[in-house]
Design a protein around this ligand. Structure first.
Ligand code: ATP
Ligand code: MG
Length: 558
C-alpha cells in the first residue's frame, strides 16, 4: 500500500493546497476563499471526482469559504441533462452543498463572446481558416517550433467581421476557429496560438440553438473562475501546462478578479478505470448493466453497492492530496468501508446457500421468538426478536459429512451453537439419489437457550440460521473486482482485463423476516458473510463487501 495511506485522525488535514490557502489568508491576499467543483456533464461522476469534490468542498468548509458547483458545459456534442441531474444528486449524496452557488459555464457565453471580441480588437486573437489537420501540422512538436498560420496577419476589422459571421451561423462546423495570438515558437505548445472558439452547430442542453460557436475549456474555465470570484481554482496535474495560458487570458482580459490555478495528482486505483470515456464504453458495450452497476467505480454505482458516503470521504482524507501520481489500492477504500460499516451496520442473519435442518426433538407446530443483538459495537442499536422453529436453514458450507481436520463446524454427530438460539447435534444426513446432502436431522438441547450450556460444555462453532417457515426469499448478488488486472490496460486493451467472475447471482437465499422490510439503499451485515445493501429492486441484495479482504489472502498465498 502506498505510504500516504495513513490512518485518518481527528486533526485538520494538511497538504500543499491547504498550506497555500492558509498562506493566502494569513497574508491577507484573500479574506474569503472560494473554490469550485467543475464537472463536464458528459457522464456520471466517479471515485476520482469524489476526491476532487472532497478537496474543493473540504477547503471551503475548513476555511469558512464557499464552494461552487459549476457545470463546464462547453461541448454540447457530448453533454446531456441526464448527466447534470445525476451529478447534482451524487454531490449531494456525498454530503456536500453548494447552496445557491450553482453555475454553468454557459451562463457566461455572452460575456465570453464579448471578451473574445475584446481580444480581437486588441490584436490578440484572430480567425483562422486552417483545417484541423493543417493546424496540427503548423503547430509543430515538442522538439520543433510551430509556424504562423497564413491567416495570422488578418486585421482586427477583418477578424471582427469574420468572428461575428461565425456567430451568425454563416460557416460550417470546423471551417474556422478563433485563436489567441500568442507565440508559435513557444516551448509550451498550449501557447502556440491556442484555439478559443470553434464552430459547432449542435443543440446545447441549456442554450439550445442560441449559439453555433462554443468557447473551449481554456477560454471558458479561467474566465468563469474570474466571474464567480473563485480564489483557488484547483484541478488535476494534466492542466499544469495550461496554467500559462490560464494566466495569459486573465492578464489580457478585463476580468473582475484574478483567480489562480493549482494542480494536484489525480486519483488512480487498482482493478479500476477512472475515466468517463472508458466508463461510458463499459456501459455502451453492455459489460455492465449501467452507470450505477454496483461494480462501477461511479458514485452512483458505489451508492447502489452500499458503500457509505462517509467511507468515501474518509478514504479521500486518508489518501490526502499531493503532486505525485500514485495508484491507490482499492483495498484501502474497502478498509474505510469496513471500518465504517463494522461500527454502524446492524447485524442480521441470512443464509445464502441454504441447507434444510429439522430439529427432531423440537415440538412440531411450536415456535418462539429469540432475542438477537443488533450491533455488538453499538449498544444503542438494541436488539430484535428472531423466530425459531423446528425447521431451519443453515449455510450448506457449514456442514461437511466427512470434515477435514480444521473444519470445526457441523458434521455427523457433532454439536454446534446456533447463534442466539441453542446447541444442536447432527444425528442424521439425508441425501438425494445422486448422493447430494439435501437435509440434516438434528436434536437440540433445550437447556442451552441463548447459546450457553449450564454444564459449561463448549462447542467450536457458532452458525447463523433462519427459520424456514418465516424466511424471506431473496436474490443476492456477489460482486468482485470488475477488472482482474491490477492496472487494467497496461498490457493491451483494458477490456481484455475484465474479470469474467465479477458477478455471481445467488437465488433462493433465505433471510430473517425483518430483512423483508429493509428500505432500499440500507446496508446491513449478514452475520459471518459480509455487508449487503438492499437494492431498489425488491428482494434483491447487493454485496457491498465480504467481512475480510479475500484478495489480500489470495495474493499472499501466491
Ligand atoms: P474523466 O477523465 O474521467 O473524463 P474529467 O477530468 O474529464 O474526467 P471533468 O468533469 O472535467 O472530468 O472533471 C471535473 C473535475 O474533477 C476536474 O476538476 C477534474 O480535474 C477532477 N477529476 C477528474 N478525474 C479525477 C481523478 N481521477 N482524480 C481527481 N480529480 C479528478
Ligand atoms: Mg474533462
Amino acid at each position: 500500500m502506498a505510504e500516504n495511506n495513513i490512518d485518518a485522525t481527528s486533526e485538520a488535514p494538511s497538504d500543499f493546497i491547504r498550506d497555500i490557502v492558509r498562506g493566502d489568508l494569513d497574508a491577507g491576499r484573500h479574506t474569503d476563499i472560494v473554490t469550485r467543483f467543475p464537472p463536464e456533464p458528459n457522464g456520471y461522476l466517479h471515485m476520482g471526482h469524489a476526491k476532487s469534490i472532497c478537496l474543493n468542498f473540504g477547503l471551503a468548509g475548513e476555511f469558512g469559504g464557499r464552494c461552487h458547483l459549476r457545470f463546464d458545459d462547453t461541448n454540447p456534442a457530448r453533454e446531456e441533462q441526464e448527466y447534470i441531474d445525476a451529478i447534482m444528486e451524487d454531490v449531494r449524496w456525498l454530503g456536500f452543498d453548494w447552496g445557491t452557488h450553482l453555475y454553468y459555464a454557459s451562463d457566461n457565453f455572452e460575456q465570453l463572446y464579448a471578451w473574445a471580441e475584446h481580444l480581437i480588437e486588441a490584436g490578440k486573437a484572430y480567425v483562422d481558416d486552417l483545417s484541423a489537420e493543417d493546424m496540427r501540422e503548423y503547430r509543430g512538436t515538442l522538439l520543433t517550433s510551430g509556424r504562423d498560420s497564413p491567416y495570422r496577419t488578418r486585421t482586427a476589422d477583418e477578424n471582427l467581421d469574420l468572428f461575428r459571421r461565425m456567430r451568425a451561423g454563416e460557416f460550417g462546423d470546423g471551417t474556422r476557429t478563433l485563436r489567441a495570438k500568442i507565440d508559435m515558437a513557444s516551448g509550451n505548445i498550449n501557447l502556440r496560438d491556442p484555439v478559443l472558439y470553434r464552430i459547432l452547430h449542435a443543440d446545447h442542453p441549456r442554450t439550445h440553438d442560441a449559439w453555433c460557436i462554443y468557447p473551449n475549456y481554456d477560454f471558458a474555465h479561467g474566465q468563469s473562475d474570474a466571474i464567480e470570484g473563485i480564489t483557488h481554482s484547483v484541478c488535476t496535474l494534466e492542466f499544469e501546462d495550461h496554467r500559462p495560458l490560464y494566466d495569459w487570458l486573465i492578464e489580457n482580459l478585463p476580468v473582475p478578479a484574478i483567480p489562480h490555478q493549482y494542480e494536484f495528482a489525480r486519483l488512480n486505483m487498482t482493478h479500476t478505470v477512472l475515466s468517463k470515456r472508458r466508463l461510458m464504453e463499459l456501459v455502451d458495450g453492455g459489460h455492465v448493466t449501467g452507470w450505477d452497476d454496483p461494480r462501477m467505480p461511479t458514485i452512483s454505482g458505489m451508492r447502489r453497492r452500499g458503500i457509505p458516503a462517509a467511507a468515501i470521504r474518509d478514504f479521500a482524507a486518508r489518501i490526502g492530496v499531493s503532486k505525485s501520481n500514485a495508484v491507490q489500492e482499492v483495498a484501502a477504500l474497502d478498509a474505510c468501508v469496513r471500518d465504517y460499516l463494522n461500527q454502524r451496520a446492524v447485524r442480521r442473519m441470512a443464509v445464502l446457500k441454504p441447507l434444510k435442518v429439522v430439529i427432531e426433538n423440537y415440538p412440531e407446530g411450536d415456535g418462539e421468538m429469540l432475542d438477537a443483538i443488533n450491533n455488538p459495537n453499538d449498544e444503542s442499536a438494541g436488539s430484535r426478536q428472531v423466530p425459531f422453529a423446528r425447521e431451519l436453514y443453515i449455510e450448506a458450507d457449514d456442514f461437511m459429512e466427512e470434515p477435514p481436520k480444521k473444519f470445526f463446524r457441523l458434521g455427523p454427530g457433532r454439536e454446534v451453537r446456533l447463534r442466539y438460539a441453542y446447541f444442536i447435534t447432527c444425528t442424521d444426513v439425508i441425501k438425494d439419489q445422486a448422493g447430494n446432502v439435501t437435509e440434516l436431522r438434528c436434536t437440540y438441547d433445550p437447556e442451552t437457550k441463548g447459546g450457553n450450556a449450564p454444564d459449561g460444555r463448549k462447542v467450536k462453532a457458532t452458525l447463523h440460521w433462519v427459520s424456514a417457515a418465516h424466511a424471506a426469499d431473496a436474490e443476492v448478488r456477489l460482486y468482485d473486482h470488475l477488472f482482474a488486472a491490477e492496472e487494467p490496460g497496461v498490457e493491451g486493451d483494458y477490456l481484455s482485463d475484465l474479470n469474467p467472475d465479477s458477478l455471481e447471482v445467488l437465488t433462493g437465499c433465505k433471510l430473517e423476516p425483518s430483512l423483508a422490510d429493509l428500505a432500499p439503499g440500507e446496508t446491513v451485515q449478514f452475520e459471518r458473510l459480509g455487508y449487503f445493501c438492499r437494492d431498489a429492486d425488491a428482494g434483491v441484495f447487493n454485496r457491498t463487501l465480504s467481512l475480510r479482504d479475500t484478495w489480500a489472502k489470495a495474493k499472499s498465498k501466491g
